[in-house]
Every structure is written in structure tokens, then in C-alpha cells.
Design a protein around this ligand. Structure first.
Ligand code: PEP
Ligand code: MN
Length: 337
């Protein structure tokens, strides 16, 4: 249920309603909007709870949340959520660009890439230190040594570091170095991991599972929100279909559809979404045209010799051209990149 407070309801009235909601065994999430404050009351609803809450002081109305995802839903929060992480702003009218290699490989590689993507206009630096690889024999990432290199690149450039967390036991370590946690496609439905990242203060970039519906993606986000972390960014990175001309099929209707259903920002990953460098610039521009709040792109100084995903990584000059293209599309829509 959503407890909609009257315009101008006092702090005491809101606190009182939170107490009442919690005393009913429900979880209360307070959402302060520009117009008014609402409190999402989450849990098994009891028939008498609605009536009882409606009588609270400062309460305008109590309405059911129809969507299966609650805190993520537009019904609860009309205004778009903006996630801010250093100079990286995603959502609520801001477009944020995260770029960098699939994997951190060396100091030279990550520092060069950080400088190049910053110069081209990115605000976030991606780079995997813990890599989810299809084969156990493939490069698994530099682990903590990679995290240290990412932190060094941040020191040098000021870019916000975005890196993947694959396991609950790594959350604390990664939080020491990262600015934003990425939950990868393969872990979208790892519910204990989602709860663990819901308990930290860093924003979470949640990638769509290649076989997950958008409702499942929103319910996965709900696990994070329900633990108290309000800064969740949804990422479309392509799904598995019968089509094999691309690595995955990148459905861009995801962007406006999600914007209709949730206040959470939506970014697109055209690198994994296509699996081919030459398709990335056009799909990046198309993502901006579809209304994406940001992009996450793989960029490498020497894609031919990359230790992972070189075939879909942009060289620095290609990333620069992609940014120019995306800026033009953004301008046409009255948005700045
Ligand atoms: C990645 O970002 O390098 C990655 C492994 O992505 P995904 O989880 O979308 O496959
Ligand atoms: Mn990759």
C-alpha cells in the first residue's frame, strides 16, 4: 500500500505513520517527493490495515500498489530517481557515460583508458576485477590488484569507478575501492547477493539477465531497494533469442517501457548487447534516442590483444566518434551528454 501524506504534512506526522506501519509488521519506505511525501508500506497486507492507516493524522489517502514490484514502481514515486556518484549523474534528465575495458589488465592499460574516456566526455570508468567467465579456463580478473588499479585511475582522473561484484563475500572488499557496484547479468537473480548489495551505501548497476523478463528485472531491483539502498540503475545488455547475427539481441523498447513502469534510471550496454565493435556506435546513439539515462561501453587501448571481449570493444578514436554521435542525438532531444 502507499500512504499518501497531505501536502505540508509534518515530520512528526510522517514519523508517526512509519511507526504505525512498522507496528503492523510491515516495512515502511519513506519517499519524499517534490509535491508530497508518500510512505510505501510493504508486506503481507491485512484487510483492516488500509482503513486503520487512513485514519492517521496528516494522511491524505491509502492506495494499493498494483505492480508486483513496489518500491521500484512509478505508482510509489512519480519523479524519476537520479543517481549521483562523483561527477557521474544518471537519470532525472541527466545522461551519464561509463566507459572502460571489460577487464582491468595492467596499470598502463587502465590509466591510459581512463585518461582517454575522460577526455572524450565519460564520467564513469568501468573495468572488471572479478570476471564472470563462461569457461573456468578463461582469465578470471586481477581481483584485488585490479581494484587497486581502478582506485589509482580514479585518483588520477576523478572518474567514478564501476566494477562487478560476483559474490557476497567480496562485497566489503570491493566497496573499499569502487564508487558503484555492478551486478552482472548472470547474477541478476542471485537474491542473497542482491540483498547484500542492498545493505551497502554505494549505488548498484543491475544488469538484465539474458533470459529474464523486465518484470523479473524490476523484482530483482526490488530486492536491493527493499534492503534500504535507493540507488539502483537498471541496465539493458541484450537477451538471448534465436537470432545469431549479434552476440545477444538488444531490445531498445526496454528503455521507454521501463520508464513507464519505474522511477529508476535505465542505461544501455551496446557492447555486450551487440558483441561487435562496428555495431556499437549506432546502437549507442539509438539508445540515447530511445531515452536512455546513460550508457556503459567497453573501450580498450588495443582491442585485438584484450584479455576479454576485445571483439566488442571500441578503440579510443572510435569511442570519441561514438560520443560525438550520441551528443548530436542528445541535442536533438534537448539533452546534454
Ligand atoms: C561485463 O560488463 O563485462 C559483463 C560481464 O557484463 P554482463 O554481466 O552483462 O554479461
Ligand atoms: Mn565484457
Amino acid at each position: 500500500m502507499i500512504v499518501v501524506m497531505e501536502k505540508g504534512a509534518t515530520r512528526e506526522q510522517v514519523d508517526h505513520m512509519v511507526e504505525r506501519i512498522e507496528s503492523m509488521g510491515l516495512k515502511a519506505h519513506v519517499i519524499v517527493g517534490t509535491e508530497r511525501t508518500v510512505i510505501a508500506a510493504i508486506g503481507e497486507k491485512r484487510a483492516e490495515a488500509k482503513q486503520s492507516l487512513e485514519s492517521g493524522s496528516g494522511v491524505s489517502e491509502v492506495v494499493p500498489i498494483l505492480a508486483p514490484y513496489k518500491v521500484a514502481s512509478r505508482e510509489v514515486k512519480k519523479e524519476p530517481t537520479q543517481v549521483v556518484c562523483r561527477n557521474l549523474k544518471i537519470g532525472g534528465g541527466a545522461i551519464g557515460i561509463i566507459a572502460g575495458p571489460c577487464s582491468v589488465e595492467s596499470e598502463d592499460q587502465i590509466i591510459k583508458t581512463a585518461r582517454a574516456v575522460k577526455a572524450a566526455g565519460a564520467q564513469g570508468l568501468r573495468g572488471g576485477a572479478f570476471k564472470p567467465r563462461t569457461s573456468p579456463y578463461s582469465f578470471q580478473g586481477m581481483k584485488e590488484a585490479g581494484l587497486k588499479l581502478l582506485a589509482l585511475a580514479r585518483e588520477e582522473t576523478g572518474l567514478a569507478v564501476v566494477t562487478e561484484v560476483m559474490a557476497i563475500e567480496d562485497v566489503d572488499l570491493i566497496c573499499k575501492y569502487a564508487d558503484m557496484l555492478q551486478v552482472g547479468a548472470r547474477n541478476m537473480q542471485n537474491y542473497r547477493l542482491l540483498e547484500a548489495v542492498g545493505r551497502v551505501r554505494l549505488p548498484v548497476l543491475l544488469k538484465r539477465g539474458p533470459a529474464a523478463t523486465l518484470e523479473e528485472l524490476l523484482l530483482a531491483a526490488e530486492y536491493i531497494l527493499n534492503e534500504g539502498n535507493p540507488n539502483v540503475i537498471l541496465c539493458e545488455r541484450g537477451i538471448r533469442t534465436f537470432e545469431n547475427h549479434t552476440r545477444f539481441t538488444l531490445p531498445l523498447a526496454t528503455v521507454p517501457w521501463l520508464h513507464g513502469k519505474t522511477h529508476l534510471p535505465v542505461v544501455v550496454d551496446p557492447s555486450h548487447g551487440t558483441g561487435h565493435t562496428w555495431l556499437v556506435p549506432d546502437m549507442a546513439a539509438a539508445s540515447i534516442a530511445a531515452g536512455a539515462d546513460g550508457l556503459i561501453l567497453e573501450v580498450h587501448p588495443d582491442p585485438e590483444n584484450a584479455m576479454s571481449d576485445g571483439y566488442q570493444s571500441l578503440r579510443f578514436d572510435q569511442f570519441n566518434d561514438t560520443m560525438t554521435k550520441c551528443r548530436k542525438v542528445g541535442e536533438a532531444l534537448g539533452k546534454k551528454l
